[in-house]
Design a binder for this molecule. Structure first.
Ligand SMILES: Cc1cc2nc3c(=O)[nH]c(=O)nc-3n(C[C@H](O)[C@H](O)[C@H](O)COP(=O)(O)OP(=O)(O)OC[C@H]3O[C@@H](n4cnc5c(N)ncnc54)[C@H](O)[C@@H]3O)c2cc1C
Length: 395
């Protein structure tokens, strides 16, 4: 099977940033993408909030990201990833063109906004139909716009949009919002917000840009027109978590949980960008996640390679696991090293504090502890409280 150091799934802003950082850290990086590199920014009309680039179209920015990753000789591969599996501790990425073994994997598969599905929606995406208030709100200064939805996102983003728009109609199919009471009260007391109850959007009209919504009251059946310059759909967003669904821990809705290092619940699998459980899903936060994930993956790979060569590959090895943040244990490690040298033996000293996963893998109950391994298999282990206990273990 093909073996690679770092496999990144998804070449959006998160995956491309991870590739740049991974390559610059000297890793062998394989970037897997089933569509067009750039991800969601390929369907973004204009971007004005990527620092350093005052204005670009989405495809222009996507091309810049891609060529930057290519400059550092990232290998791209056009494949669809169906799953990531862990087989006997080895991470395997399953694609429609074969399986790849990876030291570390970064999931950067992004997310998608659910479409409303009405007539005229698809043609007007980026032409007045938007799914992101932070991205596009500023394009509607002093205009009348509409929001579709009735949950927290619709109500909160609707209120945010009043910063720019002169009027925000919130179109909801029920006669009350599903959002938190505080958010609803704030929105309803905002004079720029006009709720439109019991109503659905049947059609979006406009020659080029959005000009009009055809609405239908689902209680009375009455059809009416609402002239607006834009419409924001907040009918839900979902992650592309399919390849790791059930493997890594996720929040409600499938959003992948990570810590600040972008580590998921599975060792050696990291997640970055919109697929993560987080607050702000934007290009800048995806890129930041990608950078962190790559550096964490690099540290993980280095640690694994080092530990494998020191502990798991040799036919026979004795090791002391100690904690580098405990002064007594650091002293003990010096004593054990000297004792082993005097006895003509070799002891590998491993910082168990930094390599907690290896401590767990070997089943060491506490630190400090000594372990004897034969080709990666534990022969003997014991906690060692002091130098004399270590000496007994070494005999
Ligand atoms: C219309 C629109 C306008 C936006 N405007 C802005 C804006 O102005 N400013 C801003 O900062 N943000 C904006 N955003 C949000 C921004 O695009 C996202 O936050 C960002 O792209 C997330 O990057 P990502 O790399 O996490 O995921 P994505 O961009 O979603 O990239 C994920 C990639 O993974 C690939 N992939 C998924 N599953 C698989 C698989 N199984 N196998 C192989 N490949 C896979 C996908 O094809 C995709 O290319 C906008 C989004 C949209 C939709």
């Amino acid at each position: 099977m093909e073996k690679r150091e770092l496999v990144i799934i998804g070449a959006g802003p998160a995956g491309l940033s991870a590739a740049i950082y991974g390559r610059r850290a000297g890793l062998d990086v394989l970037l897997l993408e089933k569509g067009v590199p750039g991800g969601q920014i390929n369907i973004t009309e204009e971007i004005e909030n990527w620092p350093g680039v005052e204005h670009a179209t989405g495809p222009e920015l996507a091309a810049m990201f891609r060529s930057h990753a290519e400059k550092f000789k990232t290998e791209f591969r056009d494949v669809d990833v169906s799953a990531v599996e862990v087989r006997d501790g080895t991470k395997v990425v399953l694609t429609n063109k074969g399986e790849i073994e990876a030291e570390a994997v970064i999931i950067a598969t992004g997310a998608y906004f659910r479409r409303l599905g009405c007539e005229g929606e698809a043609e007007h995406i980026g032409q007045g139909v938007s799914y992101c208030a932070v991205c596009d709100g500023a394009f509607f200064e002093d205009e009348e716009i509409a929001v579709v939805g009735g949950g927290n996102t619709a109500v909160e983003e609707g209120e945010y949009l009043t910063t720019f728009a002169s009027k925000v109609y919130i179109i909801h199919r029920r006669d009350e919002f599903r959002a938190d009471r505080a958010a609803v009260e704030r929105a309803l007391s905002n004079p720029k917000i006009v709720p439109v109850w019991n109503t659905v959007v049947e059609k979006i009209e406009g020659d080029g840009m959005v000009e009009n919504l055809v609405l239908k009251n689902i209680k009375t059946g009455e059809v009416s027109n609402l002239p607006v310059a834009g419409v924001f759909m907040f009918v839900g967003q979902s992650p592309h978590d399919e390849p790791v669904r059930g493997l890594v821990e996720a929040a409600k809705g499938g959003w992948i949980k990570t810590n600040d290092e972008m580590e998921t619940s599975v060792e050696g699998i990291f997640a970055a960008g919109d697929v993560r459980d987080k607050g702000l899903r934007q290009v800048v936060t995806a890129a930041s996640d990608g950078a962190i994930a790559a550096m964490s993956a690099s540290a993980y790979i280095n640690e694994q390679v080092h530990l494998r060569s020191v502990l798991l590959d040799p036919e026979h090895v004795t090791a002391l696991f100690y904690s580098s943040i405990d002064r007594e244990q650091v002293k003990l490690s010096d004593e054990v090293e000297a004792m082993a040298r005097d006895a003509g033996k070799k002891v590998a000293l491993v910082d168990g504090y930094k390599n907690a996963r290896m401590v767990e893998k070997l089943g060491l109950p506490s630190l400090p502890a000594m372990v004897e391994l034969a080709s990666g298999k534990t022969v003997k282990m014991a906690p060692v409280a002091d130098a004399s206990a270590a000496g007994t273990f070494l005999k």
